[in-house]
Each structure stands twice: as structure tokens, then as C-alpha cells.
Design a protein around this ligand. Structure first.
Ligand SMILES: *[C@@H]1O[C@H](CO)[C@@H](O)[C@H](O)[C@H]1NC(C)=O
Ligand SMILES: *[C@@H]1O[C@H](CO)[C@@H](O)[C@H](O)[C@H]1NC(C)=O
Ligand SMILES: *[C@@H]1O[C@H](CO)[C@@H](O)[C@H](O)[C@H]1NC(C)=O
Ligand SMILES: *[C@@H]1O[C@H](CO)[C@@H](O)[C@H](O)[C@H]1NC(C)=O
Ligand SMILES: *[C@@H]1O[C@H](CO)[C@@H](O)[C@H](O)[C@H]1NC(C)=O
Ligand SMILES: *[C@@H]1O[C@H](CO)[C@@H](O)[C@H](O)[C@H]1NC(C)=O
Length: 672
């Protein structure tokens, strides 16, 4: 009886703590920014990786609001790993643990094989490195990342001086802070100030990691406040995220004040009950040995026969598949064998291509979501049966993308050809494509500036990889927002390689009679003369960049009245008149520094210049994006797209689509 009660208590407790976890894992953490080292990296399965796992798990199990730890080099590795997390001074332990938990979970996908990483959330900071950074003011990888809020400020004249005075006082207090009695020392302070001549109140916050000395903390905050004056002057809010400290001000309360803190007990999340195995269960039942022997014999025989039958059948199926592979991929067929999926596997993963698992319709068929038996999520593209259409693209996609591995390219897990079926299997990318976030009518969220920068940077690196990763250059030829997928951290992944072409690096451009791609994203030399080179991709990248910044489609004729001129000419005209902020998406509430905005626009314009030789290579673009101090060339007049004579008349039918106007893939309309 008592055991039953205990069991039901335990079940209840389990359920309860699960519910708690579920509830709190919902939305409390807000991702801000991450910085990972792209040069200091480790290799998969190295001792560093296992040490890092150890470090992260010890961080996530700490039950405080600041924690630092080290994992000494183990298993022959040379690196000691240092890691810490810090939560914002006012958040509860619950929120803190949750934020750290999220960070620990996400850091591998964000920073991959980086030996150094910092990730900022609104509620916490998590970082690790193979160099010791405890108790030092760290200025690497960069001195600080600014964010700002472009809202209204009244009483502009006083605002600046009040803001800096208050910020200075907050910093003083944070550096000297001994927060609360008996609590661990927090280097955290907040302040409020009335803005004279207005009804607004200024709220400020400063915090250092508590391992800094008061002097170092103040120095770090000084640097951050200095950055505030360059990024955020005149803005109603701003913050600077540094590795060792951060500052923020707003005209609304964005933290919990002291009196809110008192009386909210910081309850601690129950630690998950460990499900230890009960020793009493073991060692039961000693049956008669004869029965055991008989059963083993029968089962053994059955297994042997079953296995033989399976092998035979498998063989036959395999050889049939080998023939098919040969037919599609020629001599390369054999090397692709490891990528081949069974149709049965895919059917069970997608529940026989059930309607519920259908994600949408792609270029040449339906796309389904599936779950493999090992729990991995996949996206399955099933080409329209038997039509023969897309066979070329299918082959292209498998041959190209199977060889490519990059965080900004969607990963092809495999393919399946059986009977009439042609199927591509990809990693599942949880968010939708970029066009949905930029132009979607029912979109749930507006991309913020940092996410936009991240997407631009990621797309650039993905294309650079295509152009430069080996002796062969791959030209994608169909870059557009609907081919850019976003994962749940808004990392972009380029997809759809059906039209990609490979050219030798010595060969600078190709020519084709079959112009395929998407009008509006095609460079003019390609659209008009069929000449393609890496600079055609650069052109498409430029258009995408300008779309990300402006949130505008690149339509000419489908939209009404004042927007009736094309994206490029609009941006170009505003740029010439130095009305840079006019170019920005009006939905953007916050954006980075002014320099960053103009730089991104300028890069976009450089990529869409009429003369392909003037467009920068992707290597240059990535260099421009990652270096603050570089003087960019001034863009020449862009190519204003002439859509008229080239546009296939059928494309007008797309105008009733909600957000992919002018993105009709034209490969089907043109003669081969
Ligand atoms: C790492 O280990 C996993 C599992 O042990 C294995 O599947 C994978 O191929 C290994 N990767 C490398 C690069 O050795
Ligand atoms: C945490 O940081 C302090 C201050 O730098 C240092 O003395 C201590 O050894 C660190 N703790 C661990 C576990 O590394
Ligand atoms: C960290 O790792 C990088 C790359 O492996 C190495 O060059 C560097 O020396 C390491 N730093 C320390 C302090 O060990
Ligand atoms: C900004 O201030 C102006 C003038 O006070 C006001 O008309 C406008 O609505 C304000 N905008 C916002 C977003 O508060
Ligand atoms: C804030 O402090 C910095 C350095 O400590 C100083 O240069 C600056 O003038 C101060 N600003 C105000 C408004 O007090
Ligand atoms: C701001 O003004 C209100 C009254 O308008 C006053 O009660 C409050 O104390 C002032 N706060 C500060 C920080 O001066």
C-alpha cells in the first residue's frame, strides 16, 4: 500500500517537474548575439570536444547566478578549457538556470567547432575558451557589440548628458557593488533618472562578471559607455555587450527593481529525480535449463533462416538499386551508395507520405517532414512521379551537394531511387525560408537587425564556400530568399542546387543556351546572354542583401503607385541622396550602428553593379563584412533590370501569390 502511494507520489512529482520545465522552457530567454572564433577550432571527436561537453554540463548544473569552472586537459589534449556563465543581476535563479540551460544546448549548433565562444541572452551570458580569461577584462573577439533602439526621445537636448551622467553613476556603483547581505557579490547596479523637460524616465543598468576587481570592472564599463556614445547617440535606448561587462539604457523599465525583488522568493527548480534502477528487480526467476536450451535452439534456427532470407532479398534489391544508380549517376553511382536510403525507411519516417507530415510544395514536388528511427528529423523532397521532369535537377542536386559540407548549406543526408520514386533527404531546418520572414503576409515575427546581419554574413560565407572550396567552382545560379532556409537560431542555409553548375577554376565563365534561374535575381549578362560566372551569384547575393535590409520585394510592375519602381533603383536613388535610413525596413525597431547599416547597403550596391568585373568576389564581400576598418569602394551605377523583353508571358499568372511575386522559376519555360 505504502509503496503504491510512494509510486504515485513519484509519478506526480515527475510529471510536475516535467511540466515546470516545459513551461519555463517556453520563452523566457531572449537571444541577443553570439561570437565564435572561426580560426581557433577543434576537430570532431577530439579530446577537446569531450572536455567541452564536460564543461558545459557542469555549467548547466550549477545552481547560482554566476559560476566559473575549468576542465583540465584530458586524454592527451593540450588545452585546458575555461568557462563561465553570469545571469543578469535581477533575474531569479529559475530564469537564470533556464537561460544557461538554453545557452548550453544551443552553443554547439551556433559555434560548431569553435574553441572560443560567447553567447549573450537578455538574461544571461555564457562563454568558454581555451585561454584563461578569468579575472581579466577581455577585449577579444571584439571590444563590444552595440544594439540600439530608435524610439522617440523627448527633451533631446538634455537627454544625452543625463544619460551619460546616469550611466557613469551606475557604472561606479556596479564596480563597487556589494549586492545584498550574505549573497554572493554581484557587480550589478541599476539607476533611474528623470529627464528634465519631459515625462520620461531613464533607466540604466551596468554589470560586470564578479570575478573582476573593482578597478577592472570600471575600466570595462568605461569602454562600453564609450561605445555607447558612438553607436547610440540620440537613440532612445542602447546597449553594448562586451565579454566581461555590459551596459544598457532605455526609457522604459527593462529590469526588475529592488522592491520587486524583495518578496519574490527565488524558488529553486527541483532537480530532476534520478531514475536509478532498483536492485530488487534483478536476479529473478531461475527456470529449468532444458527449456532454455530448446528455446535457444529454435530461436537460433529461425534467426539464421530469417537472416539468410533477408540477405538474399537485400542483395537482389541492392543490385536493382545499383542498376538504377548507374542509370542516373553514371560512373559516380558507386561512390554514392552510402547515401542511398531505402524507400521503406522513408515511408515509415513520413508515415507513408501522410498529409500531416507534408510541409509544402517545392520546385519539383512535395516536401515532407519525417523522423528517422534514431530520432533525427529530416525533410523529404519527393519528386513528382514519373513525369521525367526534374530528373536533371535531381541528379545535379545529389552530385553537388553530396560533396559539400558547410554550416550555411543545407545538408543532403541522402537520396532514394526505387521504382518510380525519386526522393531527396535533407536535414530538417526548423524555420521557414527567408522570403517568409521578409515578405510573408502571416509572418509571426519581424527579423531584428542582428538577425539580418547574421543572415547576410551566413549567406555570404555559404556562397564563398561554393565558389572557393575546391579546385572546382560551383555556381549556384538560383540564389533567392525562398532558397535560403533558416534554422531555429536564424542561421541561414542555402538550398536547392538543382541548377548549380560546376566550372573549373581556370575557366572564368560559362555560357549556356538554357537560361534557368529566377528573374529579378539573375544578373543582366546572364539573363540576356546566358553568360554565367561567380559574379552572377554575387549579383543575386546583392539583391538578397538589399531585400534583407529594406524588406522590399524586387518587383517592378505588380505593386501599386509609389513603390512601382524596382528595388535597385529605389535603393540607388536614396543612397545617392544620402538618405540611408530611408532604405531600412520600416518594421525595424532597432538596428546596429549607423556605420554598419551604411556598410551593408554599400556592399549590396557593389554586388549589383552593371559591370560584372566591378562586382567584388565573395571572398572580398566576406572580408568587407567582417572588418570594420576597411574603406569600401564607391559603387558604380547598378544594373537596372530590364524585365520586359525577356519575361516569359506566363509569369504574370504568379501575381496572385501572396509573397513570391516575381520569383517564378523560369527553367520550365525556356527551350533546352
Ligand atoms: C565521431 O564519432 C561518431 C560516433 O562515435 C561517429 O559516428 C563519427 O563518424 C565520428 N566522426 C569522426 C570525424 O571521426
Ligand atoms: C574561478 O575564478 C576565480 C577568479 O579568477 C579563480 O580563482 C578560480 O580558480 C576559478 N574557479 C575555477 C573552478 O576555475
Ligand atoms: C587555443 O587553441 C588555439 C587553436 O588550437 C591555439 O593556437 C592556442 O595556442 C590555444 N591557446 C592556448 C592558450 O592554449
Ligand atoms: C514620436 O514623437 C512625435 C512627436 O512627439 C509623435 O508625433 C510620434 O507619434 C512619436 N512616435 C512614436 C513612435 O512614439
Ligand atoms: C563619464 O565618465 C568618463 C570617464 O570616467 C568621463 O570621461 C565622462 O566625462 C563622464 N561623463 C559624464 C557625463 O559625467
Ligand atoms: C522623478 O520625479 C518624481 C516626481 O515627478 C519624483 O517623485 C522622483 O523622486 C524623481 N526621481 C528622481 C530619481 O529624481
Amino acid at each position: 500500500m505504502t509503496t503504491m502511494v510512494m509510486a504515485s507520489h513519484r509519478a506526480f512529482f515527475l510529471l510536475f517537474s516535467f511540466l515546470l520545465r516545459f513551461l519555463f522552457s517556453e520563452s523566457q530567454t531572449t537571444f541577443l548575439f553570439n561570437a565564435c572564433s572561426s580560426t581557433k577550432t577543434f576537430t570532431a571527436n577530439s579530446s577537446f570536444q569531450s572536455d567541452l561537453t564536460t564543461l558545459l554540463s557542469s555549467l548547466s548544473s550549477a545552481n547560482t547566478d554566476f559560476y566559473n569552472t575549468t576542465v583540465a586537459a584530458g586524454g592527451g589534449g593540450e588545452d585546458t578549457i575555461y568557462g563561465l556563465f553570469m545571469c543578469r543581476g535581477d533575474v531569479t535563479l529559475q530564469v537564470c538556470r533556464q537561460c544557461v540551460g538554453t545557452a548550453v544546448q544551443r552553443v554547439p549548433s551556433m559555434c560548431g567547432f569553435s574553441k572560443e565562444a560567447i553567447i549573450w541572452y537578455d538574461e544571461c551570458l555564457l562563454r568558454y575558451s581555451n585561454r584563461s580569461f578569468f579575472s581579466t577584462v577581455d577585449t577579444s573577439p571584439q571590444t563590444g557589440f552595440p544594439l540600439w533602439n530608435t524610439g522617440n526621445v523627448s527633451g533631446q537636448a538634455n537627454f544625452k548628458s543625463i544619460m551619460f551622467t546616469t550611466m557613469n553613476k551606475t557604472a561606479d556603483e556596479a564596480a563597487a557593488a556589494k549586492h545584498g547581505l550574505g549573497e554572493k557579490m554581484k557587480k550589478y547596479a541599476t539607476k533611474e533618472a528623470n529627464i528634465s523637460g519631459s515625462h520620461q524616465t531613464l533607466y540604466s543598468l551596468a554589470q560586470c562578471t564578479p570575478d573582476l576587481s573593482p578597478g577592472d570592472c570600471r575600466k570595462c564599463l568605461d569602454g562600453a559607455i564609450g561605445r555607447l556614445s558612438s553607436c547610440c547617440e540620440g537613440m532612445a535606448g542602447g546597449r553594448v555587450l562586451c565579454p566581461s561587462c555590459n551596459v544598457r539604457y532605455e526609457v522604459f523599465r527593462f529590469y526588475r527593481s529592488d522592491d520587486q525583488l524583495v518578496g519574490t522568493p527565488t524558488s529553486i527548480l527541483p532537480s530532476p529525480p534520478t531514475l536509478s534502477s532498483d536492485p530488487r528487480v534483478k536476479g529473478k526467476g531461475k527456470s529449468a535449463p532444458i527449456i532454455v536450451i530448446v528455446v535457444v535452439c529454435i530461436v537460433g534456427t529461425a534467426i539464421v533462416f530469417g537472416f539468410a532470407y533477408y540477405l538474399l532479398k537485400h542483395r537482389m534489391k541492392k543490385s536493382r538499386r545499383a542498376v538504377l544508380r548507374q542509370k542516373y549517376f553514371g560512373s559516380e553511382g558507386t561512390s554514392l551508395e552510402p547515401l542511398e536510403f531505402n524507400l521503406a525507411t522513408i515511408e515509415s519516417a513520413t508515415n507513408k507520405f501522410s498529409e500531416e507530415s507534408r510541409l509544402g510544395k517545392g520546385g519539383f514536388g512535395q516536401v515532407y517532414k519525417g523522423i528517422l528511427s534514431n530520432g533525427q528529423n529530416i525533410a523529404v523532397k519527393r519528386l513528382s512521379k514519373g513525369s521525367g521532369q526534374g530528373a536533371e535537377e535531381f541528379k545535379n542536386e545529389v552530385l553537388f551537394i553530396a560533396r559539400l559540407q558547410h554550416i550555411n548549406l543545407v545538408t543532403l543526408l541522402g537520396f532514394c531511387i526505387e521504382g518510380q520514386e525519386k526522393i531527396l533527404v535533407y536535414e530538417y531546418v526548423p524555420n521557414r525560408s527567408l522570403d517568409y520572414f521578409l515578405f510573408g503576409s502571416g509572418k509571426s515575427k519581424v527579423l531584428n537587425w542582428l538577425e539580418r546581419c547574421k543572415i547576410i554574413g551566413g549567406v555570404a560565407r555559404g556562397i564563398l564556400y561554393l565558389h572557393d572550396h575546391s579546385r572546382l567552382k560551383i555556381i549556384h545560379r538560383d540564389l533567392k530568399p525562398s532558397n535560403i532556409l533558416l534554422d531555429d537560431e536564424m542561421n541561414p542555409k542555402i538550398s536547392d542546387f538543382g541548377l548549380a553548375k560546376m566550372v573549373a577554376i581556370s575557366e572564368n565563365e560559362g555560357k549556356t543556351n538554357r537560361i534557368a534561374g529566377t528573374y529579378g535575381y539573375m544578373s543582366p549578362e546572364y539573363a540576356m546572354f546566358g553568360k554565367y560566372s561567380e559574379k552572377s551569384d554575387v549579383f543575386s547575393f546583392g539583391i538578397i542583401t538589399l531585400q534583407i535590409i529594406s524588406g522590399r520585394k524586387n518587383t517592378n510592375c505588380h505593386e501599386q503607385s509609389k513603390d512601382a519602381y524596382s528595388l535597385i533603383s529605389y535603393v540607388w536613388n536614396q543612397w545617392r541622396d544620402e538618405k540611408f535610413l530611408e532604405i531600412l525596413d520600416p518594421n525595424l525597431k532597432e538596428f546596429g550602428s549607423y556605420n554598419e547599416v551604411t556598410k551593408c547597403i554599400q556592399i549590396g550596391l557593389l554586388c549589383v553593379q552593371k559591370n560584372p568585373d566591378l562586382r567584388p568576389s565573395m571572398a572580398k564581400v566576406v572580408h568587407y563584412l567582417t572588418n570594420d576598418s576597411i574603406q569600401l569602394p564607391f559603387p558604380q551605377e547598378p544594373a537596372f533590370l530590364l524585365l520586359g523583353p525577356m519575361e516569359p508571358s506566363t509569369s504574370g499568372s504568379a501575381s496572385n501569390e501572396s509573397y513570391s511575386i516575381n520569383e517564378v522559376s523560369v527553367s520550365e519555360f525556356l527551350p533546352r
